[in-house]
Ligand binder design. Structure first.
Ligand SMILES: [Zn+2]
Length: 167
């Protein structure tokens, strides 16, 4: 994706208030992101660990989504989970259920969309083999897809998630 500025990010959010978009914590190293390897910019709020955000290009414009991570729950440390965007399998804690409030009337009625995502939102880097799942019990799934084919798949999964939030 093309590099984006703080202003681009703060004005891109579609499912939170303008006030929240103005206050939310940005990645500390925004200027140093590996933009050409990113399908979307995703990060955890440095000041609010249960919050996460992703910003993606869609039809030439930026779409920002505010997410809430569900921590704990019934999944123990021995279980593994798969990210629904990049299909990376992580041992316990590497994947979290994140919910996004839907836009428009459904959102006002309290509807949200939940999706299992890499907790660090670094799907683009896992997709390209630039980052590996870590921890006990990691399983590396050998796939015959090239990194570029995987990136296409990650973007397709991302777009269907965005459609569910904004549709
Ligand atoms: Zn992922």
């Amino acid at each position: 994706m093309r590099p984006v500025t703080e202003h681009d990010i703060r004005t891109s959010f579609v499912n939170c208030s303008k006030g929240e978009a103005k206050r939310l914590g940005l990645p500390k190293d925004l200027a140093d992101q590996p933009w050409e390897d990113l399908d979307f910019l995703g990060w955890r709020d440095p000041g609010a660990p249960e919050r996460a955000y992703l910003v993606a290009e869609r039809d030439g414009r930026l779409v920002g989504i505010s997410l809430r991570a569900t921590t704990g729950g019934s999944r123990g440390f021995t279980s593994r989970s798969m990210c629904s965007l990049c299909l990376t399998t992580h041992p316990g804690g590497g994947v979290a259920l994140m919910t996004a409030r839907r836009t428009g009337e459904p959102g006002r009625q309290g509807n949200s969309v939940g999706q299992y995502l890499c907790t660090d939102l670094a799907c683009s880097l896992y997709t390209r083999g630039r980052k590996q799942a870590a921890g006990d019990g990691v399983i590396v799934v050998e796939e015959s897809l090239t990194p570029e084919e995987k990136a296409v798949r990650t973007r397709a999964n991302l777009h269907s998630f965005l459609d569910k939030v904004t549709g």
